[in-house]
Write a protein of this length. Sequence first.
Length: 310
Amino acid sequence: MSALGNIAAALLPLYGVILLAWVIGGRVPWAAKLFSTILVFGLIPVLVIDKVLAAEARQLMVIPPLMFGVAALMSIPAYRLAKRLGDDFDPKLLSASFSFFNVAFFGVPVSQALFGEVGVSTVICAYIGSALYGDTIGYFLIARTKEGTRKAATKALRVPVVYVVIGAIIAKAAGVTLPEAAAPIVSVAGTLVSVLGMAVIGLNLAETGRDDWRPKLMTRILAVRQVSGIVLIAAALALEAAFVGVLGPRDRVIVGLVALFPIASNVTLFATLLDTNRKAAAVLVALSSAVSLVLVLLIVGVFHSAMPTG
């Protein structure tokens, strides 16, 4: 099967999950919050531990800080756009949506389709950097909309991903590896993260009406986010090449493709847990996921033959 076929085969069933959850969401109104709790406090930490322990030290030193910096800088175009939009869209949700890339959901199947298992460690490191920003500052921004600064900060500190990453890095430095017996568990956890994450989007979409979609507004938001992501990631990669030079051609291609990835489904998880802007988050993530699928397939189809193999 071609790279395009592999990517489509990995991603399209997850879009089916969104549609299915959208259809049945009205019958199980409790499911979105339950799934979000399981993901944030259970399955995602398991996945993060596995990803950190599997990453190469060389990549781990460069890519997570690079992606964390990009995520932080994405708040600048988000802030400028929010000023122009005024009351049309919550600025804190906008900032979280700009900064949090869906690296795990998109990155792993795309990297595997293009480069096989050797490409996975690169996207793992990108995931760590994106998650460290999104699961802390991104969560805080969404929480602050409803809770206020102090309470939002307290809730953000309860999200376990930072502690999990720190612990996993210490374990990796000490030479700890997961036993082979854990591989099936991690595999199931990875699948459930994608499936339940997409289900939460669909479950929240079930509560939306025509007035929640606002196509002109959403198109404007996604266009600014897409251009900003491409510019900032390109600049970050250029600086890395000029002053660090650790990443190889394959690493740069994979990190560059992150600019095309959608808004992380975690944005809907956090909005669901906090019961704030759930419908707006679900609509934005769903539209972003559709746009990203088209962009990734288009770019891979056009440039696959020119991509590095080593």
